[in-house]
Design a protein around this ligand. Structure first.
Ligand SMILES: [Zn+2]
Length: 528
């Protein structure tokens, strides 16, 4: 079976994107998880350009990695000096990694207009830099920058650059679509040409996503014989991002039948994808292929019922293979079959308890008429099902009372919000706390967590990711009702809850309580 090497550049290429910055701890955590997932190479950063990357290379030596080799990234030496005298190359060696990757120019336009040196001199720069590193480091990867653009404009020169790197001792030449505008057929022809020019060389592919073709271009290059694919987790990188390794891993394993991480690691994919979003402080892309929340979501009616009979009808793969789950969206809960399907998704058997099913249908009708929706509030819905089955929903605390104060003391001053809360925890213990926030709901949320955290330390793992308020018109046009949807999460999962009231604080409170109860319920369910 064909094996494909995975080279992750999330920590380097991704760090260049405008809204991402990882701490040293984040980087070490990501590296450990990528190792556990089965990624072959992790590019840790650019030691010559960023002192914080040097810290990473020191610290990463303390990790016990089983699979992953760490690579340091840099560029070919400056023109006009010897490789031995180049500070950038020296910093690469100081990183003491088993792999060094250097990027070099292969497009004549760049050599002339950016480096401003004769074309022949750039070949010397490549040869000298690669040879210098090859005699000191186990593996040297040459990133052929702008190879695909260069090959279109001046194929002989682009190929001469690739040959220079290969002949100087590069263990692998990685062909880069640095501007991200290439098309699959062009990539295929250019890869063929490179392999024709230096047949004994091993090639990799590094694509950017500016024409939304990074994954397609990478697949084409692998199809033509490249042995390594470079990319980032979730595809996020500078501009429009890099080739998405998450999609590539799933596609290579499940569709091409090639091995990259191995089937046994594939189910970790969704979890690693989420962790990277968390640490990057970015909202996960719901519609992300394979691992997104909506990737296997089916909305009521025909699709949901077909998918219940045979998932293959509307699912291109079994979501469990990549660590994802099927979701049935309940938009019309009064439909009995929708409800049963939704319950089954939570592992709840409603079919054998017709009385509970009736109770649930009645309660749902009532709640929906008040303005509740459960389509985007799975966690609230699970609590509701528990209530129908067990007579009461899981509860872990009792509210004695809360007070929220919003104060603005001057026109030019921002308002201050403060919440106090008193609640009864396990064994009748009373907790009374106060917290400030940038708004009343934020203050209430902080006070609730602070109070609950005393009894249940796992509450500190919960984070609020999204908060949406919608004003629902009432038929009489008098008493408007607001609906609040909250998305919370911990490292493993995200969940959504809903609240409805005439009062926005009360609606938020309901959604917050559902969120905390759900977290506590889920922790206990997992513990058996
Ligand atoms: Zn790149």
């Amino acid at each position: 079976m064909r094996r494909i090497q995975l080279y992750d550049t999330t920590l380097r290429d991704r760090a260049q994107s405008e809204d991402v910055s990882f701490t040293l701890d984040d980087k070490l955590r990501i590296t450990e998880r990528l190792d556990d997932l089965g990624i072959h190479y992790v590019e840790g950063g650019w030691p010559g350009s960023n002192p914080r990357d040097e810290e990473f290379f020191r610290a990463v030596r303390g990790l016990r990695l089983r699979q992953t080799k760490i690579a340091a990234f840099g560029s070919t030496r400056r023109a006009g000096i010897r490789a031995e005298a180049d500070r950038n190359l020296e910093a690469l060696l100081r990183a003491a990694t088993p792999v060094v990757t250097i990027v070099g120019k292969t497009w004549d336009l760049h050599v002339r207009d950016d480096l401003r040196i004769p074309l022949e001199e750039n070949l010397d720069v490549i040869r000298d830099s690669v040879a210098f590193l090859a005699s000191r480091v186990a593996e040297v990867i040459f990133d052929a920058e702008h190879f695909f653009d260069g090959w279109l404009r001046n194929p002989d020169y682009a190929l001469a650059c690739v040959a220079a790197a290969a002949e100087a001792g590069a263990t692998l030449v990685c062909l880069c679509d640095t501007r991200g505008g290439a098309l699959p057929a062009q990539v295929g022809r250019a890869v063929d040409a490179a392999q024709g020019a230096v047949p004994a060389t091993r090639f990799g592919i590094h694509c950017h996503n500016d024409a939304e073709l990074a994954v397609a271009n990478s697949l084409e290059a692998l199809e033509r014989g490249c042995v390594q694919v470079q990319g980032t987790m979730n595809g996020l990188g500078e501009r429009c991002g890099n080739a998405n390794l998450v999609s590539l891993i799933a596609t290579l394993e499940l569709k091409q039948g090639w091995t990259c991480v191995g089937a046994e690691h594939l189910a970790k994919l969704a979890d690693v994808s989420r962790l990277v979003y968390e640490l990057a402080n970015l909202e996960p892309n719901k519609r992300q292929p394979y691992v997104g929340q909506s990737a296997f979501a089916h909305k009521g009616g025909l699709h949901a019922s077909a998918v219940q009979k045979n998932a293959e009808t509307y699912e291109h793969i079994d979501p469990a293979l990549v660590g994802n789950v099927q979701r049935i969206l309940v938009s019309d809960l009064s439909g009995r079959s929708n409800l049963l399907a939704k319950a089954a998704e939570f592992g709840i058997d409603l079919e054998s308890d017709p009385a509970a099913l009736q109770r649930l249908l009645r309660e749902l009708k009532d709640l929906e008429s008040q303005g509740y929706v459960f389509e985007g509030a799975d966690a609230s819905f699970e609590l509701l099902m528990r209530k129908a089955l067990d007579g009461d929903r899981p509860r872990f605390f009792r509210l004695i009372g809360f007070r929220v104060i919003d104060e603005k003391r001057h026109e030019r001053e921002a308002p201050i919000a403060e919440a106090t809360i008193m609640l009864e925890g396990p064994d009748g213990a009373i907790e009374h706390t106060a917290a400030q926030g940038n708004g009343p709901v934020n203050a209430l949320d902080s006070a609730l967590r602070k109070a609950l955290g005393k009894f249940f330390p796992e509450i500190h793992e919960v984070r609020l990711h999204d908060y949406k308020v919608r004003v629902l018109g009432s038929p009489e046009g008098t008493e408007a009702v607001v609906r609040v949807l909250i998305e919370s999460g911990d490292e493993h999962e995200r969940w959504s809850t809903v609240g409805v009231s005439h009062n926005v604080i009360e609606a938020s409170w309901q959604a917050l309580v559902d969120s905390m109860d759900y977290k506590l319920h889920k922790t206990r369910r997992a513990a058996g």
